[in-house]
Design a protein around this ligand. Structure first.
Ligand SMILES: [Zn+2]
Length: 414
């Protein structure tokens, strides 16, 4: 199979690190709001990739995380505070909603579905390794990764330091923290402060033991967002993994930082062999985002359309490209699904010669070519039309089975 690797910016032949086993990690949601179509696009694509790799005979271990600890004070923490609830109750509520939406979209649950708040030990372990080998430094119980020590920092995003600063600001990284040696150094552990409000989570840590006698003992704190994913990928999968995925907006700073942290801690390169990124979903001309108020919620669409219809719309767009959602696509998808349903329902006549068409391989060829799902869907519709046309003079049972198999690989329920 050919896959586009964001790390090399090339379409490459997919060769797993171990013969028949694949380790895959996909960055999950920050649970503080409803699942929108942008989330559904990313997670449905990785669901199809997961299904297809299993179909090819690989043993796939797939980890997805839940970022239920914010390292900045926004998102979950801000919203929980506004709603007078705790961060973990809010995160649990929205994680459940997300899983319900994805289950309704017929996704296959990842092998490991990990909450960051339950993986603090593995995060502390990797931060300790980075302190020990000199890549990280401690300042007043905070720990930072020194990016000057990481020789190939920037190899994924290939951004200039100036542009990294702009992006880091957009992501509200604490670039102006006076404790940092360099503005772009990565926050691995953020120490709790004495005046920290009660709604901010704090976990025990070994950092800060060397503080002056008057302030002995660690004040606790919370992990940085990026180290959460490095730790969860390594602890649940391995020090080197085959596929790392996520939305394209995560390339910098999140994925770049994950590479720097993981490779510096383990000494093994590459941390992830293939980096796969999904494109942005737009609505009414702009990126779907909460701040712009142009979100299309999956739960709202599911009230009017079947999961197959929504899945059809999502897969009719190339995973790596940006696209704009338009309502009329749902009706077009419904029409296509009706043709497919008719082709599956039609009674095949056993006494007629078998149809010569064998599209199964051709549909797989589309997936072999960088998971070209839009092309696979076009071939599926064409196969359905052939079945309907040839049924009067050919036995189409074989094609109907092929059609069923292809739909299953793409995760449809019909
Ligand atoms: Zn992540």
């Amino acid at each position: 199979m050919q896959l586009y690797n964001s790390l090399t910016r090339k379409k490459e032949l997919f060769i797993p690190l171990k013969d028949k086993e694949i380790l895959m990690y996909v960055c999950g949601i920050t649970p503080y709001d409803t699942t929108h179509l942008g989330h559904a696009f990313t997670y449905t694509f990785f669901d199809v990739l997961y299904r297809y790799l299993i179909h090819l005979g690989y043993k796939v271990t797939y980890t997805q995380n839940v970022t239920d600890i914010n390292d900045r004070d926004k998102d979950i923490l801000k919203k929980a505070h506004q709603q007078h609830t705790s961060w973990n109750k809010l995160a649990d509520f929205w994680t459940k909603k997300f899983l319900e939406d994805m289950k309704n979209l017929n996704w296959v649950m990842p092998t490991n579905y990990l909450k960051a708040s339950k993986q603090i030990t593995s995060m502390i372990r990797i931060i300790e390794a980075l302190l020990k080998n000199g890549y990280a430094y401690e300042r007043e119980s905070n720990v930072f990764l020194d990016i000057k020590k990481v020789k190939d920092f920037g190899k994924l995003s290939k951004l200039t330091k100036e542009y990294m600063l702009i992006r880091a600001k957009e992501f509200e990284e604490d670039i102006d923290n006076p404790l940092k040696k360099n503005k772009l150094d990565i926050t691995l552990w953020r120490a709790a402060t004495p005046d920290q409000p009660a709604h901010i989570p704090s976990f025990k840590s070994p950092f800060g033991k060397g503080r002056p006698a008057s302030r002995r003992g660690s004040p606790g704190g919370r992990p940085g967002w990026h180290i959460e994913c490095s730790a969860m990928a390594i602890s649940s999968l391995d020090e080197q993994i085959d596929i790392h995925g996520g939305g394209i907006d995560l390339i910098y700073p999140h994925h770049e930082s994950e590479i720097a942290q993981s490779e510096s801690a383990t000494g093994k390169t590459p941390f992830a062999k293939y980096w796969i990124h999904t494109g942005t979903v737009l609505y009414k001309g702009k990126k779907m985002s909460k701040s712009l108020g142009n979100l299309v919620m999956v739960s709202d669409l599911l009230k009017k359309f079947s999961s197959d219809t929504i899945r059809f719309v999502l897969l009719s767009h190339n995973y790596s490209e940006p696209w704009e959602f338009r309502e009329k696509e749902l009706t077009t998808a419904q029409e296509s699904l009706n043709i497919i349903k008719s082709a599956l329902k039609i009674k095949s006549k056993k006494n007629l010669p078998l149809s010569s068409e064998n599209s199964f391989k051709r549909i797989n060829e589309s997936l072999e070519n960088n998971m070209n799902t839009p092309q696979a869907l076009l071939k599926i519709i064409s196969l359905a039309n052939i079945i309907l046309k040839e049924n009067s003079f050919k036995n189409v049972a074989r094609d109907q089975n092929n059609l069923r198999e292809c739909l299953k690989i793409l995760g449809f329920t019909i």
